[in-house]
Design a protein around this ligand. Sequence first.
Ligand SMILES: C[C@H](O)[C@H](O)[C@H]1CNC2=NC(N)=NC(=O)C2=N1
Length: 96
Amino acid sequence: MSVEELSQEERDTWMRALKQWSLAREGKAIERTFEFADFREAWGFMSQVALMAEKRDHHPEWFNVYNKVEITLTTHDAGGLSLRDVNMAKAIDKLV
Ligand SMILES: C[C@H](O)[C@H](O)[C@H]1CNC2=NC(N)=NC(=O)C2=N1
């Protein structure tokens, strides 16, 4: 299935909805940092996101140190932001 990159107008619309996420990589990605009580909670969150990524076949770029998890979403197949990123961000927000 071909994945279309979001237009600038679509991106601006979605960024108003995804309030905790920021544009990154010159608008080609979105990112959010999560902070948990400890590593165990961060790990549990990452486990849930990992299962979601497999189910959606859409995988995050992420960095974890102790209780912090930095997630960057971009669609490699589209060379930028797509609805897959937006929908994944919305689903991740529901986990916290
Ligand atoms: C072959 C497989 O469907 C693709 O490589 C999927 C896997 N996960 C993915 N994740 C992300 N973030 N972008 C993609 O384009 C992508 N493509």
